[in-house]
Design a protein around this ligand. Sequence first.
Ligand code: ZN
Length: 488
Amino acid sequence: MSFDDVARLAQQKGFFFKSADSYPNSPAGFWDYGPLGVSMRNNFVELWRRSIVKRDGMLEIDGSQILPRAVFEASGHLSGFTDPFVKCAKCGSVFRPDKLLEEKTKKQVPEKLQDSEYDSLMTEAGVKCLKCGSALSGTSRFNMMFRVGIGPLQEDAYLRPETCQSIFVDFPFLFKTQRVKLPIGVAQIGRSFRNEIAPRQGLIRLRELNQAEVEVFFNPKNANDEVRFGAGIDEELTLHTPDGETYGLQANKAIEKGLIPNRLVGYYLSLLVKFYRAAGLPVEKLRFRILSPEDRAFYSKAAYDLEIELSVGWLELVACNYRSDYDLGRHSDISGTDFRVDDGGEKVLPHVFELSMGVDRSVYSILETALKAQEERRVLVLRPYIAPVKVGVFPLINRDGLQEEAGKIFKELRETLDVTYDESGSIGRRYARADEVGIPFCITVDYDTLRDHTVTLRTRDDRAQTRVPESTLAERLAGAITPPKLTE
Ligand SMILES: [Zn+2]
């Protein structure tokens, strides 16, 4: 299904919608999640927490969203977290030169060009203002962090542009108090804030976004540890190289070929594929785009963007980056704190492998790939543990005590499951409404229920209806909505 189909469903059913939309000129790039969207996102996050964070023995933290200026001096965001922009001399519209060039030439523009390089490409391609056709200014830079002032003196601070900085800053404290050893992953889920120049496409490019980030700290000497990383690098990975080749390779073969630097990286790339498979994404549409040295930061030893092919093109879901000891080294230098830790009697400044996941984009991707058209109707084929609502409870008709009986079942299931109750319209229409928002199971109460305490249990994907005793419902449903182990 297309981006517009998902946007329509999201709007009609309230998965997500524009923030402050009742006010004219509300800024773009801010979106609210409605009840179904929140529930689905929570389920996705819980799967991430269960199958990546807890399964791998990582530590999860929840850091402040406002951080002092010095943190971003160390991280490099103050000087480097900028986007290029050009301005129309006549109408004042602002554009990103890379986006204008891509639109005009239909070719991808490299990520890290100098301003002068943009300018000459723009002149060459004859790019003009998209709104009024006038000439554009030369390329300038804009820092994408939102600045905030703390206290009456308005001390400089920033809303974090990514969740990971508090992971780096907290690392020595966590290492000491949590009694852990290298390698150790530290994870964080939460909001990040980026003052994008031209946010668009709903949840895909936001100014306030949800990230799920993991930083794996390790001693580079042990990045090939057989015991820790030997198992679990069996996953078939699709690797897309900078020169445009695509390989389908087992992670351990990719290490032999030099496309992946070590077992640790192969292990975590494999883990991501397993995770997204469990979340319900079609893994044949996933690829790791290997970033060329020119597209990577100078300190990065290897970087992969996990992308999915959707109606909008290839969309980045997770940025995977071998960041060397850059982050801890910088925080160590600027803060004056020693960030080295003990690893088997040796003092080391750990290296970092980062998995930076876009939660909103992941939720969008799951919706787009799960939305199917079946005989003029929409069905959202979500995994039961991702589905925002697990069960719909319906009385067949609204009389003779059927409502009361259905109400009783609804209230009981509501104690442990996300359940909805619906008594309006024909039973067929109620099933159709449930299918549209991905409810995997429906329970219908009829006259037989009053006699023998059995109900009709209908499953969304095959529309099969079976007669089951009321007393077995809770157990049956709990089993059906448990996520699989990733090894399966
Ligand atoms: Zn203009």
